[in-house]
Write a protein that binds this ligand. Structure first.
Ligand code: FES
Length: 428
């Protein structure tokens, strides 16, 4: 006898939302950030369907390691099974729905639900239940933890999709894979490690404000002016009207600020990191040995990418941010310093810079958070109803690969994000 019903219950039907009336080429309607019905539709059409970044394989390096993650607001457990494979499991007991795992991370062959003691292997299979005589004739194989429908990874970055069918991860990432490749090449061993631990920042704002802001090259000169001044950083000039850096829409909602033109003008290895090669001799020597001096020099001049991979992974040169929506007006950002395998001296500085910029006393994220929350309050008002995203529309152009680009302060990325958003929300 199967204990699990084979037919899904009927889903309540509500009137479709006319997204073509809310998302225009250079305008979006304020209700997109505030309407609970739109939030519910996003859970179904975006977080319930597309590929979502979950975690990195280096967070579960050993057999039986696990770490708590999420897909949208839903908690999932990322585990490494005894066979070395990475699994994504829904953190919900199939008996009465309790959470089976409450600790952030650890090493365990199994999880025991605290409510009635059912025990699950770390690949999700139900291993046993107390007082088994009460379950005579029940098929245990039907009662494991839910598994995320599709799991795939690219260069250690693990993604999950709650939909059994859809584009492959490689199709979803498209050109963003090149940015991940470039990121990995910053390591002399070609690998990123996520081992520095996460800071969590909660903001009272809709998740899309964060996605848009990550590659909005217009705001840094104003919102981040104080940290640029205090740190005497040259970063501000990358986001000036004179900057030769470009904003780019990769399609599929992925966008970037490509800062390489400015770094190439400077022609100074490690200027993207605010330092010079003589400060990191061990790292530079390893890079030269790994890639040859010419290629290593190019890698060290170009620096790491600044790319927002839709819908929730922001690679921000020296950190990654993972955007987790928890309510229509509440979002958590998980941030950690990037660490590069085989580069301990670089990694130490990456951790220090991350604490300084986005740690509890850092200015960078606090300034952004203030803007998110003020904007969320603003869009509650309906006069005017629309937000204008037309900056640089007249000078949008195609690069040699056919991607739309604009000046670094232009709103090419925001328009690209909304085009993809609308396509997802209108998909059958
Ligand atoms: Fe988990 Fe009952 S809810 S064992």
């Amino acid at each position: 006898m199967n204990a699990c019903p084979t037919e899904a219950p009927p889903v309540p039907v509500s009137a479709p939302i006319a997204f073509h009336k809310l998302v225009k080429d250079s305008h979006v309607h304020g209700s997109l950030y505030t309407d609970p019905a739109i939030w519910n539709a996003e859970l179904r059409q975006i977080w319930g369907r597309t590929w979502v970044y979950v975690g990195h394989e280096s967070e579960v390096p050993n057999a039986n390691d696990y770490v708590m993650k999420s897909i949208g607001p839903e908690p999932v457990i990322m585990t490494r099974g005894r066979d070395g494979r990475v699994h994504l499991l829904h953190n919900r007991c199939p008996h009465r729905g309790n959470r089976v795992c409450m600790t952030e991370q650890g090493n365990a062959r199994s999880f025991t639900c605290p409510y009635h003691g059912w025990t699950f292997a770390n690949d999700g299979a139900l291993k046993g239940w107390p007082f088994p005589s009460g379950y005579e004739g029940v098929d245990r194989s039907e009662l494991g933890l839910g598994r995320v429908a599709r799991v795939d990874s690219y260069r250690g970055f693990v993604f999950g999709s709650l939909a059994a069918e859809g584009p492959s991860l490689q199709e979803h990432l498209g050109a963003a894979m090149r940015s991940i490749d470039a990121l990995c090449e910053t390591s002399p061993e070609g690998e990123v490690e996520i081992t520095a631990g996460f800071l969590k920042h909660k903001v009272r704002a809709n998740w899309k404000f964060l996605v848009e802001n990550e590659t909005d090259g217009y705001h840094p000169s104003f919102v981040h002016a104080s940290i640029f001044e205090v740190a005497q950083s040259g970063i501000g000039s990358l986001y000036s009207a004179e900057s030769t850096a470009v904003s780019r829409d990769f399609g599929n909602g992925h966008t970037e600020n490509d800062l390489r033109p400015e770094f190439r003008k400077r022609d100074q290895p490690l200027s993207w990191f605010g330092t010079t090669a003589d400060k990191l001799p061990e790292y530079v020597a390893k890079m030269n040995a790994a890639y040859g001096e010419e290629k290593a020099r190019r890698i060290l001049i170009d620096g790491t990418p600044h790319i927002m991979i839709f819908p929730n992974l922001f690679i921000a040169e020296i950190q990654i941010f993972v955007i987790q929506p928890v309510a229509v007006d509440e979002t958590i950002q998980h941030v950690t310093a990037l660490q590069f395998k085989g580069a301990p001296d670089l990694n130490r500085r990456l951790r220090q810079q991350t604490m300084g910029s986005v740690g509890p006393a850092g200015f960078l994220l606090a300034d952004d958070a203030e803007m998110y929350e003020r904007t969320q309050m603003g869009v509650q008002m309906r006069n005017p109803e629309w937000l204008f995203l037309g900056r640089g529309k007249h000078r949008e152009r195609r690069d040699e690969d056919g991607f739309l680009i604009g000046d670094n302060t232009d709103e090419v990325p925001s328009r690209g994000i909304w085009r993809h958003y609308r396509a997802l929300m209108e998909a059958a």
